[in-house]
Design a protein around this ligand. Structure first.
Ligand code: FAD
Length: 294
């Protein structure tokens, strides 16, 4: 199918973009187009105007500081996987971001699709929504009234649905730094490499000064309608990292999630994968935590 007719606008400043978005009824932001254009082609969306952000200056930066990583609205997925100084700094400060990004789709899609577009799209099968949640992240939202920071808990309302007002532009996403003595890992199961995952898991393990487990958190993709963060600490709290019972944490995770059955997998299969992926990723994250504690 072809999209319904729409007006196309390519503003040269954020103010102009916000004007266009507030003037028009049914205007939508276009970033990488990797989710929006298929929706238009299938006529699942039919905005009157597409406001293309791609010529707005200042939205394509990756800034890594001691506090975390700020990713601008025009930063493509692929950018975070390059061996450039900004991407390498981002991977040191918050390694989960690049690790999860490597699982997003195929190279062609990662070359156009954006990290922030993925978050604004709010697909519960997308990796970036889960990473924003697990890192305790937020987005900066611009409207004609000004800018505000919206934490992940207040952003995701349902599948493909956020709390953003119509006409808002997400200017950047902020992923807080990995805490001291912590490690992360990410893994997923997809039918073919590059497909949306049947189930995925991201985890963070934190150790105390004696290398005992002090905190374990996990977030899953394609499990539930919105991203959630699960605290698995009680299963392994105080255990020495070398002998921690990660299988017990996986078993706890299985009891906490509430997956759905769909055409790709049953709820029971997804629950099984949650346990397996949790156990596997926790072992990897613990190894990184040991390394970063040295
Ligand atoms: P667009 O398609 O341009 O926009 C998506 C939505 O977000 C639109 O509603 C748009 O209005 C809104 N939006 C975008 N940017 C902003 C902004 N700055 N402010 C406000 N609203 C905004 N994604 C995954 O996570 N994992 C996958 O495995 C995966 N596989 C894919 C496989 C295929 C075949 C395809 C086509 C896509 C896949 N994707 C996957 C989606 C891809 O990651 C997209 O890049 C991403 O979902 C959206 O980013 P975008 O920049 O392309 O956004």
């Amino acid at each position: 199918m072809k999209p319904a007719p729409f007006r196309y606008a390519d503003p040269r400043s954020l103010d102009e973009a916000l004007d266009l978005l507030s003037d028009e009824t049914g205007a939508k932001v276009l970033a990488g187009g990797q989710s929006l254009l298929p929706l238009l082609a299938m006529r699942l969306a039919a905005p009157a105007t597409l406001v293309d952000l791609n010529r707005v200056p200042g939205l394509d930066t990756v800034e890594a500081t001691g506090d975390g990583v700020r990713v601008g609205a025009l930063v493509r997925h692929a950018r975070l996987l390059r061996q450039t100084p900004d991407a390498q700094a981002a991977a040191r400060v918050q390694p989960l971001l690049a690790r999860a990004t490597a699982n997003v789709a195929h190279p062609a899609i990662r070359n156009r699709g954006t990290t922030v577009g993925s978050i604004a799209h709010a697909d519960p099968s997308g990796e970036m929504t889960s990473v924003l949640a697990l890192t305790g992240g937020s987005v900066t939202v611009a409207t004609p009234a000004g800018r505000e920071t919206v934490g992940w808990q207040d952003l995701f309302v349902g599948p493909l649905e956020t709390s953003l007002a119509g006409g808002a532009v997400v200017v950047d996403a902020f992923f807080p730094a990995l805490p001291e003595r912590s490690g992360t890992a990410f893994a997923e199961i997809a039918r073919r490499k590059g497909d949306y995952a049947v189930c995925g898991a991201g985890v963070v393990v934190t150790l105390d000064e004696d290398r005992r487990v002090s905190a374990v958190r996990a977030s899953y993709i394609s499990v539930g309608l919105v991203p959630e963060v699960h605290d698995l600490t009680e299963a392994v709290a105080g255990e020495p990292v070398d002998s921690a019972d990660w299988a017990a944490a996986g078993a706890l995770a299985r009891t906490l999630v509430d997956p759905d059955t769909d055409i790709h997998a049953s709820a029971d299969y997804r629950r099984l994968l949650v346990g397996v992926l949790t156990e596997r990723t926790l072992a990897d994250a613990a190894a990184e935590a040991v390394q970063r504690s040295a």
